[in-house]
Design a protein around this ligand. Structure first.
Ligand SMILES: C[S@@+](CC[C@H](N)C(=O)[O-])C[C@H]1O[C@@H](n2cnc3c(N)ncnc32)[C@H](O)[C@@H]1O
Length: 341
């Protein structure tokens, strides 16, 4: 693991990330100029091979890799994330090492793998939640729907313990590997399961979550990483519903999500008090876009990825779903639920 950490630090993975995940001209959630990053990767000697292997998921000849890169691949093979393929070639199954703070986290590469569904997410909302968590040492943290584990691993300083839960086995493997990469191994438990089921009877100072929150009309296929059900509240309802039983007195849940809203505010507000009795709920709205804009963005973005659905069909499905729900706006929100001390 020390070798993996050193290798990732030494081989310009930040540049690899920026050059594979972002199109030229895009800035993305991380600072840095993409064209310059591409140049630095090309100039880095084995950078081209690593770019193909790690960033693009292509098979590369084993003898094109130096000894340290081979050691890295051996580690990945043990973690079930890559290995040899026939023809004396190596390949990974398509992850990127994302520069984060002083270190790196492994996550799926959304852009480079075109048709492949992202199962281990890391995006701007992940960063937002990580920044919004209380910077207090010694907390017992539950990272719910952990993905690559960013909040549970890097969201709070020196956690007493972090439990990282995800329903996706690949995410749990990434969480365990990232815990080692961050040097937090013994204080982290990465577990597979549905919401609170793996932590029955346990209580935490902090629950952090970016739930799948994209509203998806019935019948439209959509990635489990982001599919929040017809009103986008599928997992959020369950998350709030169980929070009271899993927070210590004085503990809090912090979630970043998008909330559909109508004339009288977020749809969630109608049921929030009943969902989370005994908890003090606050919502900090950081963005507002018309539901029609989300319809246009989602139907354009999905049209090429959802077989059998055209942009027009998707726009109609979204338009009808939002009309039925009475949703006129979409609010980017940091939601907090606190249990009184
Ligand atoms: C939007 S991603 C957020 C990942 C990560 N926390 C982040 O901020 O980058 C949502 C995550 O929730 C997980 N998830 C979805 N349903 C779940 C459930 N019922 N129980 C546990 N995890 C779930 C998904 O597999 C996915 O990793």
């Amino acid at each position: 693991m020390v070798a993996l950490r050193r290798h990732i630090g030494a081989t310009r993975y930040g540049d690899l990330y920026r050059s594979t995940i972002l199109a030229p001209g895009e800035r993305g959630p991380f600072p840095g100029d993409v064209a310059a990053a591409r140049g630095r990767v090309a100039a880095a000697g084995s950078g081209e091979t690593l770019l193909r292997l790690l960033g693009l998921g292509e098979a590369v000849a084993a003898d094109a890799l130096d000894a340290e890169a081979r050691a890295l691949i051996a580690l990945l093979e043990r973690a079930g994330l890559g290995g040899p393929v026939p023809g004396n070639l190596w390949r990974t199954d398509g992850w990127v090492a994302v520069p984060f703070g002083a270190g790196h986290l492994l996550a799926d590469c959304p852009r480079a793998y075109g048709g492949q569904e992202v199962r281990v997410y890391l995006g701007p909302d992940s960063i937002l939640l990580t920044a919004a968590l209380p910077k207090v040492p010694g907390l017992r943290v539950l990272d719910m729907g952990a993905g690559c584990g960013v909040q549970g691993l890097l969201g709070v300083p020196e956690p007493a313990e972090s439990v990282l839960v995800d329903i996706e086995p690949r995410a749990v493997r990434f969480c365990a590997l990232n815990a080692e990469l961050c040097g937090l191994g013994p204080r982290v438990r990465a577990v597979l399961g549905d919401l609170y089921e793996p932590v029955t009877g346990e209580r935490f100072d902090l629950i952090a979550c970016v739930p799948p929150y994209v509203p998806v009309p019935r019948g439209v296929p959509y990635s489990g990483v982001a599919n929040g059900g017809p009103d986008g509240l599928g997992m959020l309802r369950r998350l709030l519903g169980g929070a009271g039983d899993h927070l210590r007195p004085g503990g809090r849940l912090v979630a970043v999500c998008q909330l559909l809203a109508g004339a009288d505010g977020p749809l969630l507000a109608r049921e929030a008090a009943a969902l989370a009795p005994g908890l003090r709920l606050t919502a900090e709205v950081f963005s507002r876009v018309p539901a029609a804009q989300l319809t246009a963005e989602l139907s354009a973005g999905l049209a090429s990825r959802v077989p059998g659905w055209t942009g027009a069909m998707l726009a109609e499905a979204y338009g009808a779903a939002f009309r039925d729900l009475g949703a006129t706006d979409v609010l980017g929100t940091v939601l907090r639920a606190e249990r009184p001390a």
